[in-house]
Design a protein around this ligand. Structure first.
Ligand SMILES: [Fe+2]
Length: 319
Protein backbone atom coordinates (compact mmCIF):
# COMPACT_ATOMS: atom_id res chain seq x y z
CA UNK A 1 0.00 0.00 0.00
CA UNK A 2 1.17 3.49 -0.80
CA UNK A 3 2.17 5.61 2.16
CA UNK A 4 -0.52 8.08 3.19
CA UNK A 5 0.22 11.62 2.16
CA UNK A 6 0.35 13.73 5.28
CA UNK A 7 -1.67 16.89 5.28
CA UNK A 8 -1.55 19.08 2.39
CA UNK A 9 0.33 20.28 -0.60
CA UNK A 10 0.03 23.72 0.94
CA UNK A 11 0.51 24.28 4.63
CA UNK A 12 -2.38 25.47 6.82
CA UNK A 13 -0.66 28.83 7.10
CA UNK A 14 -0.66 29.30 3.32
CA UNK A 15 -2.64 32.09 1.67
CA UNK A 16 -5.36 29.58 0.93
CA UNK A 17 -6.07 28.56 4.53
CA UNK A 18 -5.99 24.77 4.57
CA UNK A 19 -5.67 24.80 0.81
CA UNK A 20 -7.62 23.33 -2.06
CA UNK A 21 -10.06 20.60 -1.07
CA UNK A 22 -12.42 18.15 -2.68
CA UNK A 23 -15.87 16.99 -1.61
CA UNK A 24 -15.72 13.40 -0.36
CA UNK A 25 -18.05 11.19 -2.42
CA UNK A 26 -18.60 7.45 -2.11
CA UNK A 27 -17.66 6.79 -5.76
CA UNK A 28 -14.14 7.90 -4.90
CA UNK A 29 -13.71 5.86 -1.71
CA UNK A 30 -11.74 3.05 -3.36
CA UNK A 31 -9.46 5.45 -5.24
CA UNK A 32 -8.68 7.45 -2.11
CA UNK A 33 -7.97 4.40 0.04
CA UNK A 34 -5.70 2.96 -2.63
CA UNK A 35 -3.81 6.10 -3.66
CA UNK A 36 -4.05 8.55 -0.75
CA UNK A 37 -4.02 11.46 -3.21
CA UNK A 38 -2.21 14.68 -2.39
CA UNK A 39 -5.40 16.65 -1.84
CA UNK A 40 -5.25 19.27 0.90
CA UNK A 41 -8.50 18.44 2.68
CA UNK A 42 -11.93 16.88 2.31
CA UNK A 43 -15.41 18.23 2.91
CA UNK A 44 -18.04 15.70 3.93
CA UNK A 45 -21.81 15.99 3.74
CA UNK A 46 -22.58 15.80 7.45
CA UNK A 47 -25.85 13.89 7.13
CA UNK A 48 -24.16 11.08 5.19
CA UNK A 49 -22.18 10.11 8.26
CA UNK A 50 -24.32 11.10 11.25
CA UNK A 51 -26.38 7.96 11.55
CA UNK A 52 -24.22 5.43 9.84
CA UNK A 53 -21.62 2.92 10.80
CA UNK A 54 -20.19 0.20 8.63
CA UNK A 55 -17.98 0.87 5.65
CA UNK A 56 -18.80 4.57 5.05
CA UNK A 57 -17.90 5.45 8.61
CA UNK A 58 -14.84 3.22 8.56
CA UNK A 59 -13.63 4.93 5.38
CA UNK A 60 -14.28 8.36 6.87
CA UNK A 61 -12.33 7.46 10.00
CA UNK A 62 -9.34 6.40 7.90
CA UNK A 63 -9.50 9.58 5.84
CA UNK A 64 -9.92 11.77 8.93
CA UNK A 65 -6.70 10.29 10.33
CA UNK A 66 -4.81 11.58 7.30
CA UNK A 67 -6.53 14.72 6.05
CA UNK A 68 -8.27 17.74 7.56
CA UNK A 69 -12.05 17.31 7.49
CA UNK A 70 -14.67 20.02 7.12
CA UNK A 71 -18.37 19.28 7.67
CA UNK A 72 -21.05 20.63 5.36
CA UNK A 73 -24.71 20.05 6.23
CA UNK A 74 -27.88 20.23 4.19
CA UNK A 75 -30.69 19.86 6.73
CA UNK A 76 -30.16 22.17 9.70
CA UNK A 77 -33.02 24.24 8.24
CA UNK A 78 -31.88 27.35 10.06
CA UNK A 79 -34.54 29.43 8.29
CA UNK A 80 -37.52 27.19 9.09
CA UNK A 81 -40.23 28.06 11.57
CA UNK A 82 -40.08 24.52 12.94
CA UNK A 83 -38.23 24.21 16.24
CA UNK A 84 -34.54 23.45 15.85
CA UNK A 85 -33.88 19.71 15.87
CA UNK A 86 -31.82 19.34 19.02
CA UNK A 87 -31.15 15.65 18.41
CA UNK A 88 -29.74 16.53 14.99
CA UNK A 89 -27.55 19.24 16.50
CA UNK A 90 -26.16 16.91 19.16
CA UNK A 91 -25.29 14.32 16.52
CA UNK A 92 -23.70 17.03 14.40
CA UNK A 93 -21.57 18.10 17.34
CA UNK A 94 -20.56 14.52 18.07
CA UNK A 95 -19.46 13.93 14.48
CA UNK A 96 -17.50 17.19 14.50
CA UNK A 97 -15.69 16.05 17.62
CA UNK A 98 -14.98 12.58 16.28
CA UNK A 99 -13.65 13.79 12.92
CA UNK A 100 -11.84 16.81 14.41
CA UNK A 101 -13.76 18.91 11.88
CA UNK A 102 -12.11 22.26 11.22
CA UNK A 103 -15.53 23.90 10.96
CA UNK A 104 -19.21 23.05 10.47
CA UNK A 105 -21.27 24.69 7.75
CA UNK A 106 -24.82 24.76 6.44
CA UNK A 107 -26.90 27.10 4.27
CA UNK A 108 -28.92 30.28 4.66
CA UNK A 109 -32.15 28.48 3.81
CA UNK A 110 -34.93 26.28 5.10
CA UNK A 111 -35.41 22.66 4.09
CA UNK A 112 -38.80 21.77 5.51
CA UNK A 113 -41.68 22.55 7.82
CA UNK A 114 -44.09 20.56 10.00
CA UNK A 115 -41.35 17.95 10.44
CA UNK A 116 -41.27 17.26 6.70
CA UNK A 117 -37.90 17.44 4.92
CA UNK A 118 -38.20 18.63 1.33
CA UNK A 119 -34.54 17.80 0.62
CA UNK A 120 -34.34 21.16 -1.11
CA UNK A 121 -32.45 24.25 0.00
CA UNK A 122 -35.29 26.78 -0.06
CA UNK A 123 -34.81 30.55 0.05
CA UNK A 124 -36.00 32.89 2.77
CA UNK A 125 -37.35 36.43 2.35
CA UNK A 126 -34.69 38.97 3.22
CA UNK A 127 -36.29 41.30 5.74
CA UNK A 128 -35.99 42.29 9.38
CA UNK A 129 -38.39 39.62 10.67
CA UNK A 130 -36.41 36.83 8.99
CA UNK A 131 -33.17 38.33 10.19
CA UNK A 132 -34.30 38.35 13.81
CA UNK A 133 -35.52 34.78 13.44
CA UNK A 134 -32.21 33.55 12.04
CA UNK A 135 -30.08 35.55 14.48
CA UNK A 136 -31.85 33.89 17.39
CA UNK A 137 -31.56 30.40 15.91
CA UNK A 138 -27.91 30.79 14.89
CA UNK A 139 -27.17 31.81 18.46
CA UNK A 140 -28.81 28.65 19.79
CA UNK A 141 -26.92 26.48 17.30
CA UNK A 142 -23.60 28.09 18.18
CA UNK A 143 -24.24 27.61 21.88
CA UNK A 144 -24.93 23.91 21.31
CA UNK A 145 -22.06 23.31 18.91
CA UNK A 146 -19.73 25.46 21.03
CA UNK A 147 -18.24 26.91 17.88
CA UNK A 148 -19.24 29.48 15.27
CA UNK A 149 -21.57 28.23 12.60
CA UNK A 150 -20.36 28.76 9.04
CA UNK A 151 -23.20 29.65 6.66
CA UNK A 152 -23.28 29.43 2.88
CA UNK A 153 -25.05 31.83 0.55
CA UNK A 154 -27.69 29.90 -1.40
CA UNK A 155 -28.38 29.72 -5.12
CA UNK A 156 -31.92 30.97 -5.64
CA UNK A 157 -34.57 30.95 -8.33
CA UNK A 158 -37.30 33.12 -6.81
CA UNK A 159 -37.48 36.35 -4.88
CA UNK A 160 -40.10 37.48 -2.38
CA UNK A 161 -42.33 40.54 -2.38
CA UNK A 162 -41.68 40.62 1.37
CA UNK A 163 -37.92 41.08 0.95
CA UNK A 164 -36.78 44.55 2.00
CA UNK A 165 -33.04 44.14 1.64
CA UNK A 166 -30.57 42.47 -0.66
CA UNK A 167 -29.16 39.02 0.02
CA UNK A 168 -25.69 40.47 0.50
CA UNK A 169 -26.91 42.95 3.10
CA UNK A 170 -28.90 40.21 4.85
CA UNK A 171 -25.86 37.98 5.07
CA UNK A 172 -23.63 40.80 6.25
CA UNK A 173 -26.07 41.63 9.06
CA UNK A 174 -26.21 37.96 10.04
CA UNK A 175 -22.44 37.86 10.54
CA UNK A 176 -22.47 41.17 12.44
CA UNK A 177 -25.16 40.07 14.86
CA UNK A 178 -24.19 36.46 15.50
CA UNK A 179 -20.44 36.15 14.93
CA UNK A 180 -21.18 33.39 12.44
CA UNK A 181 -18.74 32.93 9.60
CA UNK A 182 -19.24 32.49 5.90
CA UNK A 183 -18.85 29.89 3.23
CA UNK A 184 -18.82 32.00 0.09
CA UNK A 185 -20.05 29.97 -2.86
CA UNK A 186 -19.01 32.06 -5.84
CA UNK A 187 -20.90 29.77 -8.21
CA UNK A 188 -24.08 30.42 -6.21
CA UNK A 189 -23.42 34.16 -6.40
CA UNK A 190 -23.06 33.86 -10.16
CA UNK A 191 -26.16 31.66 -10.59
CA UNK A 192 -28.32 33.99 -8.51
CA UNK A 193 -26.90 37.07 -10.24
CA UNK A 194 -28.05 35.69 -13.59
CA UNK A 195 -31.42 34.55 -12.27
CA UNK A 196 -32.17 37.85 -10.53
CA UNK A 197 -30.17 40.23 -12.72
CA UNK A 198 -27.88 41.78 -10.14
CA UNK A 199 -24.18 42.66 -10.25
CA UNK A 200 -22.23 39.75 -8.79
CA UNK A 201 -19.24 41.98 -8.03
CA UNK A 202 -21.44 44.30 -6.01
CA UNK A 203 -22.46 41.23 -3.98
CA UNK A 204 -18.82 40.36 -3.29
CA UNK A 205 -18.04 43.99 -2.44
CA UNK A 206 -20.48 43.75 0.46
CA UNK A 207 -19.23 40.49 1.95
CA UNK A 208 -17.16 41.11 5.09
CA UNK A 209 -13.66 40.00 4.16
CA UNK A 210 -12.68 38.76 7.60
CA UNK A 211 -15.72 36.49 8.02
CA UNK A 212 -15.14 34.16 5.08
CA UNK A 213 -13.44 30.88 5.99
CA UNK A 214 -14.26 28.87 2.89
CA UNK A 215 -15.04 29.17 -0.80
CA UNK A 216 -17.19 26.80 -2.84
CA UNK A 217 -16.62 26.38 -6.55
CA UNK A 218 -18.86 24.28 -8.77
CA UNK A 219 -20.28 23.87 -12.22
CA UNK A 220 -23.82 24.84 -13.15
CA UNK A 221 -26.20 24.47 -16.09
CA UNK A 222 -27.03 27.54 -18.15
CA UNK A 223 -30.57 27.14 -19.50
CA UNK A 224 -30.42 30.32 -21.56
CA UNK A 225 -33.07 32.15 -19.57
CA UNK A 226 -31.71 31.11 -16.16
CA UNK A 227 -29.00 29.04 -14.48
CA UNK A 228 -29.43 25.93 -12.35
CA UNK A 229 -26.91 25.01 -9.66
CA UNK A 230 -26.36 21.44 -10.84
CA UNK A 231 -22.78 20.74 -9.67
CA UNK A 232 -22.35 18.52 -12.70
CA UNK A 233 -19.41 19.89 -14.59
CA UNK A 234 -16.43 22.19 -14.82
CA UNK A 235 -16.32 25.64 -13.30
CA UNK A 236 -17.02 28.24 -16.01
CA UNK A 237 -14.74 31.21 -16.59
CA UNK A 238 -17.16 33.87 -15.25
CA UNK A 239 -17.19 31.99 -11.93
CA UNK A 240 -13.41 31.74 -11.90
CA UNK A 241 -13.33 35.49 -12.58
CA UNK A 242 -15.52 36.08 -9.54
CA UNK A 243 -13.27 33.83 -7.48
CA UNK A 244 -10.30 35.92 -8.54
CA UNK A 245 -12.18 39.13 -7.82
CA UNK A 246 -12.96 37.90 -4.30
CA UNK A 247 -9.23 37.45 -3.71
CA UNK A 248 -8.51 40.88 -5.16
CA UNK A 249 -10.89 42.18 -2.51
CA UNK A 250 -8.67 40.52 0.09
CA UNK A 251 -10.79 37.49 0.92
CA UNK A 252 -8.51 34.60 1.95
CA UNK A 253 -10.10 31.25 2.57
CA UNK A 254 -9.84 27.54 1.94
CA UNK A 255 -11.35 26.45 -1.37
CA UNK A 256 -13.54 23.44 -2.12
CA UNK A 257 -14.71 22.06 -5.44
CA UNK A 258 -18.21 20.53 -5.44
CA UNK A 259 -19.10 17.93 -8.09
CA UNK A 260 -22.29 16.01 -7.26
CA UNK A 261 -23.78 14.75 -10.53
CA UNK A 262 -22.15 12.94 -13.43
CA UNK A 263 -19.16 12.64 -11.12
CA UNK A 264 -15.95 11.89 -13.04
CA UNK A 265 -12.86 10.12 -11.77
CA UNK A 266 -11.25 11.59 -8.70
CA UNK A 267 -8.27 12.99 -10.61
CA UNK A 268 -10.60 15.05 -12.82
CA UNK A 269 -12.32 16.57 -9.79
CA UNK A 270 -9.01 17.24 -8.07
CA UNK A 271 -7.52 18.81 -11.23
CA UNK A 272 -10.49 21.17 -11.41
CA UNK A 273 -9.86 22.67 -7.98
CA UNK A 274 -6.13 22.88 -8.66
CA UNK A 275 -6.94 25.34 -11.47
CA UNK A 276 -7.49 27.84 -8.65
CA UNK A 277 -3.73 28.26 -8.40
CA UNK A 278 -3.38 29.71 -11.87
CA UNK A 279 -6.42 31.96 -11.42
CA UNK A 280 -4.97 33.33 -8.19
CA UNK A 281 -1.59 34.10 -9.71
CA UNK A 282 -3.17 37.09 -11.41
CA UNK A 283 -5.01 38.22 -8.30
CA UNK A 284 -1.75 39.22 -6.54
CA UNK A 285 -3.21 37.35 -3.61
CA UNK A 286 -0.21 35.20 -2.87
CA UNK A 287 2.15 38.13 -2.35
CA UNK A 288 0.13 39.78 0.38
CA UNK A 289 0.32 39.22 4.14
CA UNK A 290 -2.07 36.49 5.04
CA UNK A 291 -4.26 35.98 8.08
CA UNK A 292 -6.41 32.88 8.21
CA UNK A 293 -9.65 33.23 10.11
CA UNK A 294 -10.48 29.85 11.58
CA UNK A 295 -13.69 29.79 13.53
CA UNK A 296 -13.09 30.33 17.20
CA UNK A 297 -15.40 30.93 20.11
CA UNK A 298 -13.91 34.38 20.68
CA UNK A 299 -15.85 35.54 17.64
CA UNK A 300 -19.12 33.88 18.55
CA UNK A 301 -21.05 35.97 21.03
CA UNK A 302 -23.73 34.31 23.07
CA UNK A 303 -27.23 34.40 21.70
CA UNK A 304 -27.98 36.60 24.68
CA UNK A 305 -25.85 39.32 23.12
CA UNK A 306 -28.94 40.77 21.52
CA UNK A 307 -30.76 40.97 18.26
CA UNK A 308 -30.30 43.57 15.53
CA UNK A 309 -31.45 47.10 16.13
CA UNK A 310 -33.78 48.59 13.53
CA UNK A 311 -31.36 51.42 12.82
CA UNK A 312 -29.02 48.81 11.40
CA UNK A 313 -31.23 48.31 8.39
CA UNK A 314 -32.24 51.87 7.82
CA UNK A 315 -30.00 52.20 4.78
CA UNK A 316 -30.39 48.66 3.52
CA UNK A 317 -30.88 48.54 -0.20
CA UNK A 318 -33.99 47.05 -1.63
CA UNK A 319 -33.55 44.44 -4.31
FE1 LIG B 1 -21.98 25.30 -2.37
Amino acid sequence: MQEPVPFSTSAPSSPDGIGLGVGLRTVHFAHILKNWPAVDWFEIISENFMNCGGRPRNVLDQIAERYPIVMHGVSMSIGSTDPLNLDYLQKLKQLATETKARWVSDHVCWTGVASKNTHDLLPVPYNEETLRHLVDRIGIVQDILERPLVLENPSTYVTFRDSTMTEWDFIRYLTMETGCQLLLDVNNVYVSSVNHDFDARRYLDSIPVDRVVQFHLAGHTNMGTHCIDTHDGHVVDPVWELFRYAHERGIRASTLLEWDASIPEFDVVHAEVLKAKSWLQTAHALDEPYVINPPSMETAPSRLAGIPQPALYATAEVE
